[in-house]
Unconditional design. Sequence first.
Length: 640
Amino acid sequence: MTLFFDCALISIYAPLIGFLTTYFLRSHKNVACFVSNFFMGCALLSSFLLAFHFESAYSVYSFNLFDWIYIGRFSIKWDIRLDILSLIMILVINVISFLVHIYSIEYMKHDENQGKFLAQLSFFTMTMLVLVSSSNLVQLFFGWEGVGLASFLLIGFWSYKDSANLASIKAFVMNRIGDAGFIIALALIYDRFRIFDFSSLQTLLTFSHLQVSSLHNYTDINIVCVGIIIAVMAKSVQIGLHTWLSDAMEGPTPVSALLHAATMVTAGVFLLIRLNYLFIDASGIQTFLTWLGMLTSIFAGLIATRQNDIKKIIAFSTCSQLGLMVSACGLGAYQTALYHLVIHAFFKALLFLSAGSVIHSMSGDQDIRNMGGLWKKIPYTHAMMLIGVLSIIGTPFITSGYYSKEELLKAFYLSKHSYLFFAFFLSIALTTIYNVRMLYSVFYGESRTFGKVAAHIHEPSLFMIVPMMILAFLSLVLGKATHSFFTTGSLWGYSISYFKEQSHSKIFVYALLSKILVAIVIGSYVYLSKNPNLFESMKKHSMVLKLKNILENQFYVDKLYQTIFIKPLVNLSFWFANHCDKSIDWWGPELTTRISEGLGHKNSKLETRKIGAYLCGLLVVFCMLVLSYFLLMNNFTSKG
């Protein structure tokens, strides 16, 4: 058990030591690179040892590190909770973070603040590890806020760019809306149950659901669920609170890979899975969650079809895939959501790192309209991105994405929402469209790169290629290797209370139809690309132009928020500045100043500059004081 505890401690807190050490050594780039990667390697190795010594899916370990908050009878401990859910997340986070750290050695080598960047990357990793290993809601909230702080620092890492500063502030502010929902949920949970511990809360609510339904007030539970959903909407970029995601692409590409694959945006889905027992009896909330996720998936997919920034295309694909995970959680298929979260983490990291390689070779240009024909010049990067695209669209049997999407297909087919199944097909079609468009525009067709940029195009070093190759390998084999593990309810122990079993009847036909749909979409895109006249005539149609403007402006959500919230608040602040502030100044500091000046002026008239007058006044005051003293003493004596 000592070895097990040591492995748990190192796998979670080694990045913290790496962060502190790297930050103090940040001016020495080579040393900082070695130190940060060394501690991430220690965390990765320890997490593998942890998995090897993990006894069974029913095992739940809790290690108390110290008493964190202690007020009277109320206490919160800082623990490490290890169950099958947290173990899987620790493995995913450490694998991807280690590969991103290695990748950053080459990608950020020309940045003078590389040491600082790697330190913040380690801090980002540590906060997410704290979040997934928490034993109670307050500790999880601490990690939740830490992830938000780390993302703020990394999105705005290139602080000399105004766009990066604004993007980091936007992400920070939007996530505070989610935090408000989380805090409301925390307050209600404590008010109702007086506990924050996951094990106690799960036992209480599961027992209540099975035997004593009157134990808790379902209205309170529904409000708690709404608060949790608001938190998830902000963190996992669901429709309405998604607007910060595309702007977050202002940060360095390794940040985007880590943020979209293993940290930050996956935190919301993890929270839903961890607190699945809260939603058992909240059927209306579950229905809302289901459609929220599916609408987000289609909404983000539509926007992605008209983006030209390679990183923004992949960012909106993240938003779309997260929508599918949230929708699966709404159906109670938490194990399917987690399965897709894990598979998505690897192919999404691969897509971002491949995009980073393209941007690196293009001297920083991210516009896919300036690319084309790159497969001949950067064949390794082309192969890596091809595998990532094939995985995200769910190419049958050869990619991991196929297996997780097949499970999603089963979940939506077996749901009571008939339209949901067809909405999933639309999401699949959109995913295929924007990914094939991106791949074709970057690597195929005629080259649109000229001059010095064209001459500079080259493959990156092994520090960037090797992490991509490892992710590509996992994107091909992990789905098949872990399929039985994620689809067998008996393997999940106590981590997921409400396990939705999947039936295989009639699924094969629909799975086949989904692949035929993907093939039709790809064939149509290739055909239109080979017939530019037909393609151009379609693009000039009035309805197509209107739709194009709507999608390029992301359904005008940002402009809507500017009109409804930002401009009225700015106008209100100006009104307060021009009216209330002036009134406060007049009745406050200015009035005090005038009174002081007036009294000073009156007092100044008493200055006659005659010594005799001053002595006479002093004598009068002295006599009055003596007289008052004798009168008081006489009064006390008579009473005695």
